[in-house]
Design a protein around this ligand. Sequence first.
Ligand code: ATP
Length: 235
Amino acid sequence: LAGVPLVISGLTKSYPGGLTAVKDLSFRVEHGQVLGLLGPNGAGKTTTLRMLMGLITPSEGEIRVFGHRISSGAPVLSRIGSFVEGSGFLPHLSGHANLRLYWAATGRPAEQAHFDEALEIAGLGDAVHRRVRTYSQGMRQRLAIAQAMLGLPDLLVLDEPTNGLDPPQIHQMREVLRRYAAAGRTVLVSSHLLAEVEQTCSHVVVMHKGTLVAAGPVEEIATGSGEASFRVDQP
Ligand code: ATP
């Protein structure tokens, strides 16, 4: 299991007050896959991704990234690039300066080519030198995604990255994720839209009320055929 980008086993998260947001969740993501975590609002996607990023602690179960168990502050976290909504930028600095600062703070390998690639992904053109306070929601979103990709992490985790983007930007995002995986890296991306997952992902895990209800290659889930494992006997 040492080289597997992500293995989640029996993962459960109960919040104080009794709500169990994620229940006994198990799945794995193989090298080069773009896995879509699909489910309606409240399905437990964000809770799962927050545990993966070490931001909150599971109640039960474990998460292994490249064979290393995740716990808050684990060194393996430096191999994960993540985007969670509402990333803070310094509004009085340019997009370029914000990326530079973030890059310095992560301690990821400082290769200029990686930085340039992230800038290209952001697709902000000359606006990258304008202050972030002048950016639209879509521009901030793309800057945040570029930030997650800085240093080309082995595992890229994006929580609803197309929220707030317009159709051409969504198309561009799809291309970016495909290219990312084609280069042998691995992507986990959440969404509440089946159509989006169908177009972007190679594999899908469907969550409902905190549990896994279906998992497999995206064509099999979309058509209900093949060997995808369905567990629709959930309440
Ligand atoms: P969304 O698309 O709305 O983010 P989601 O699938 O990501 O949905 P979660 O945000 O993981 O779902 O939420 C799952 C459940 O856990 C929801 O019922 C939510 O209200 C609850 N929840 C999330 N965070 C907390 C918290 N800090 N304390 C208590 N309950 C929480």
